[in-house]
Every structure is written in structure tokens, then in C-alpha cells.
Design a protein around this ligand. Structure first.
Ligand SMILES: NC(=O)c1ccc[n+]([C@@H]2O[C@H](COP(=O)([O-])OP(=O)(O)OC[C@H]3O[C@@H](n4cnc5c(N)ncnc54)[C@H](O)[C@@H]3O)[C@@H](O)[C@H]2O)c1
Length: 460
């Protein structure tokens, strides 16, 4: 049985008051998780309407399963409230968790336009003994070298002094939007302090709110780097899969068969090729490394390869249809990932721009988006089941719904470009060509096999 204490100083079986700064897709579930373990939680956000809604016990986005119930319960139990005042929340808190995004600037540098003011505002309420935790993904060294001095300067307190100053640590948030509570319970929680006492206090906090293992790394830098390393690994891996896919196409080999085969060896974990990598994390965090570490040449190359996939898709459409001037094309799926209503860094935008640049009339559909949101991506909205004049369809997001597509809706269709390997089994009428990333063109396969003296074995 845990005991609520004030002040909280990291003793086992005790809980205190935590301020969570940033009530977004990740911050709000974190608040619910902490309240569910007995902590008194104060959510902080700069958006008054968000704060107002949270103070009614209601959430402002619907996508995270069980979040609404958890927040309603915590609010009813008096363990959750929200405010726009960082200083007020921090003044009451034993622990402050900052989960406000660091963005990417146009020059592909970390952009601190949200997190710097958030940190300054937190510093205004800092008091002796408080633990400040950064969970936002940061470039290596930022917790210690950027935010430590910022907080010291703005608060007048010294970092690392558990009595007269404040403690400071970093813990990457590695959850997946849409299954945050599951991930919080299962992934080891990495944490690293700017000193041993900060690291130990941070580990004690996470042990009190998470059933998962807590791994205390030796420094904040190790914890920062671990998050950047895991996301960059995935980007580089996908780039390799994309290059393998291009080679597979040239050789008339099916890359999916190759990857399945390779990955049957336990040390091989080749990811899937596709039309590109979107979202808050994978296309962004490699730049946090690249911008600080010119010796990391592979991540930079991987970014180029993955961003180049859209261009390859448009080239493939042109190869099949000829010049795209005035050609109606339908893009299926606009969100960066299936089942997540999020357009951050989606490759749909450059895809639509590129098709339009070549003169195509671009239409689009996404089961998660309303017409006006589709229009904002630069495409005309198409509606599921409508007949359309499209000559090509490009699948950008691998939504399950697309498997129920009926090609009879599109009497002029000549090409299905499958950027996510989701529609391979769709029965297409004679005269409609299927092109998939790393999937051999059956016409080319027949040529290769004839040359090799084997019988023809087209895919369809
Ligand atoms: N979204 C994900 O899938 C994901 C996964 C793992 C980790 N993360 C990490 O979590 C961070 C936050 O992501 P998110 O998806 O919750 O972002 P989000 O955009 O959904 O939410 C950010 C919130 O911060 C608020 N905010 C902005 N400036 C503020 C300030 N000065 N003070 C207080 N609040 C402020 C915004 O109003 C918004 O509500 C990311 O930058 C990333 O480092 C995100």
C-alpha cells in the first residue's frame, strides 16, 4: 500500500505530487498512468481550452484506448487537475515531467521553440528538492548542457543538490501512440541522471508509477543517445530494405520473399521497404544526431534514401502512364501510419506535391480524415465507393480498409502502385498493372526467366 507524502523524496512505497508539462498525445496518457498509481497529478498546457476540458474530467483526443476512462476516474478521485500556470504546478510538485516537443527546423536542426519557453516557465516555480525529468526526445547532451544551465539561471537554484537545489534526469519516452498504456507496462524504462543522486531519484519515481523494469543508465547522455540510436537504427534499416527492394526489382526477385527468408536467421531483422518513412520520430530523430555528429554518415544517407522513395513512386507512375499532365491519380492513405490520425511528416504531402508538379490531378482518401483535412494536403477529396476517372492509384498508407477496394469503381484504371505492400492480393481486371516496392514486374520476370532458360512464372 503506497502512502502519499509531502515532500516526496523517493522513499519506497511512497507517492507525491507530479506536474506533467505538455498535455498532448503522450503527456496526457503519462498523467493518467501516474494518477493510476496514486500520484497527485497536475497537468500543464498552454492551450486554455485543453486545460478547461481536462478540468471537467474529459479528454481532448479520442485515439488512445482507455485514456478517457482513466482521466475521468483520476479527476473524480481528486488526483488529476490541469492548469496553464507552470509556476503554480511546479511550485506544488515533487517531480516535474517535461514532454513538450522539440521540432525540426527547415534547416533540419532541432527547434526548441516550444520546450525552451516551457523550461523557463517551469524554472519560475522550481523549489529545493524537486526532480525535473525530461522525457521529450533530445539531442545527446541537451539535458545537462542546455536545460541544466537554463533551469539554474532562471530559478537561481543549483542542479545536483538534493536539499538546496534541484535534481535533473532524462528518460526517453518510447511508447507507440495508440498503445501507450501497453507499452508503458512492458518496455524497460531507461533513465539517466546528470549525476548519481538525480539518476537514483528518477529511477525511484519510475518504479512508483510503472510495472515495467526500470533501467538506470550511468548518465543522462546514455539515455538520450539510446532513444536516438533505436530510432535511427530503424531508419537506416528501412533504407537498406528500400535499396534491397530496388535491386530486387532489377533482378526480378520478390524482396518480401527475400526478407522473410533472411529474417528466419535469428540475427537478421530486416524491416519492410515502402514509399517512405513518416511520423514524429523516425524521420526526425536521425537529424538530432546528424546535426551534431558529422561522423555519422550512414544516418544521413539513410534519410536521403527513404525520402527518395516518393520520387521513385512518381517515376514508376510516369513509366506506366507516360506524361502525367491532366492525368487523374488517387492517393490512398494520408496519415503517416495506418490507424493513427496523424499527418506529422507524412510522405503523403511530398507525394501529392510531386504528382501535382508533374501535372497530375490528385485526389485522395483517408478513412481517418474529413474532406477539409484532405483538401489541406493539396488533393481533392474522394469518397469510399465513389466511381472515379483515375488512371492510377498510389497506396501511401497500408490501411486494412483498402483491401476491400473494388476496381470496378475505376473503369479507366491502368495502374495500382502499392507503396505499402497491402494490396498484392487484390484481384485486378485485365489491363491494370500492379507495381509494388521490391515486387518484380511480372512482365520483366518473364523476360529474366526466359533469358535464364527457366519457364515463365508470373505473379498473377
Ligand atoms: N507522439 C508519439 O508517438 C511519441 C512517441 C514517443 C515519444 N514522443 C515524445 O513526446 C513528445 C511530445 O509528443 P506528443 O505527441 O505528446 O506531442 P503533442 O503535439 O501531441 O503535444 C504537445 C503538447 O504540448 C503543449 N505545449 C506546447 N508548448 C507548451 C509549453 N510551453 N508549456 C506547456 N505545454 C506546451 C501543446 O499545447 C500540446 O498539448 C515528442 O516530442 C516526443 O519527444 C512522442
Amino acid at each position: 500500500m503506497t502512502q502519499f507524502v509531502r515532500p516526496w523524496r523517493g522513499e519506497p512505497e511512497t507517492v507525491g505530487t507530479v506536474a506533467v508539462v505538455g498535455m498532448g498525445k503522450i503527456g496526457l496518457p503519462l498523467a493518467a498512468q501516474y494518477a493510476g498509481h496514486g500520484w497527485h497529478v497536475i497537468g500543464v498546457d498552454i492551450q486554455p481550452w485543453v486545460v478547461e476540458r481536462l478540468n471537467q474530467g474529459r479528454v481532448h483526443f479520442a485515439e488512445e484506448p482507455t485514456l478517457a476512462e482513466r482521466i475521468a476516474e483520476a479527476h473524480a478521485a481528486g488526483r488529476f487537475r490541469a492548469t496553464t500556470s507552470h509556476a503554480e504546478a511546479t511550485g506544488e510538485a515533487d517531480v516535474v515531467v517535461i514532454i513538450v516537443p522539440v521540432m525540426l527546423s527547415d534547416a533540419r536542426e532541432p527547434d526548441y521553440r516550444f520546450i525552451d519557453p516551457a523550461s523557463e516557465a517551469v524554472a519560475a516555480g522550481l523549489h529545493p528538492g524537486v526532480l525535473v525529468l525530461y522525457e521529450t526526445t533530445l539531442p545527446v547532451g541537451d539535458t545537462r548542457d542546455r536545460f541544466g544551465p537554463l533551469l539554474e539561471r532562471a530559478s537561481g537554484l543549483t542542479v545536483g543538490d538534493p536539499d538546496a537545489g534541484f535534481l535533473l534526469a532524462f528518460s526517453p519516452e518510447r511508447v507507440y501512440s495508440g498503445r501507450v498504456f501497453h507499452d508503458l507496462e512492458t518496455y524497460p524504462k531507461l533513465v539517466g541522471g546528470v549525476d548519481a543522486v538525480s539518476g537514483a531519484r528518477a529511477a525511484a519515481f519510475y518504479r512508483s508509477v510503472l510495472p515495467a523494469e526500470v533501467w538506470q543508465l550511468s548518465t543522462a547522455e546514455a539515455a538520450e543517445f539510446a532513444k536516438l540510436a533505436e530510432t535511427t537504427y530503424r531508419d537506416v534499416n528501412i533504407a537498406l530494405a528500400n535499396q534491397f527492394a530496388a535491386y530486387a526489382e532489377r533482378m526480378g526477385v520478390d524482396i518480401h520473399e527475400v526478407i522473410r527468408g533472411s529474417n528466419s536467421q535469428p540475427f537478421s531483422h530486416i524491416h519492410q521497404p515502402g514509399i517512405g518513412v513518416g511520423g514524429h520520430c523516425i524521420p526526425v530523430y536521425p537529424h538530432f544526431l546528424i546535426s551534431r555528429a558529422p561522423e555519422l554518415t550512414l544516418p544521413a544517407l539513410a534519410r536521403q534514401v527513404n525520402d527518395g522513395q516518393v520520387g521513385l513512386a512518381v517515376q514508376a507512375v510516369e513509366r506506366e502512364l507516360g506524361p502525367l499532365e491532366g492525368v487523374p491519380v488517387l492517393v490512398l492513405g494520408l496519415t503517416y501510419r495506418e490507424d493513427v490520425r496523424e499527418l506529422a511528416y507524412t510522405r503523403a504531402i511530398p507525394l501529392i506535391e510531386r504528382l501535382a508538379f508533374h501535372g497530375a490531378e490528385v485526389w485522395a482518401y483517408d478513412p481517418l480524415l474529413a474532406d477539409e483535412e484532405v483538401v489541406r494536403t493539396g488533393a481533392h477529396p474522394w469518397h469510399w465507393g465513389e466511381r472515379g476517372p483515375f488512371r492510377a492509384i498510389v497506396v501511401q498508407t497500408g490501411s486494412q480498409q483498402f483491401r476491400a477496394l473494388d476496381p470496378a469503381w475505376f473503369p479507366d484504371l491502368a495502374l495500382l502502385y502499392d507503396g505499402r505492400n497491402t494490396l498484392r492480393n487484390l484481384a485486378l481486371p485485365e489491363g491494370v498493372t500492379y507495381v509494388g516496392v521490391g515486387v518484380p514486374d511480372p512482365r520483366a520476370v518473364r523476360r529474366v526467366r526466359r533469358t535464364a532458360g527457366a519457364g515463365s512464372a508470373g505473379r498473377r
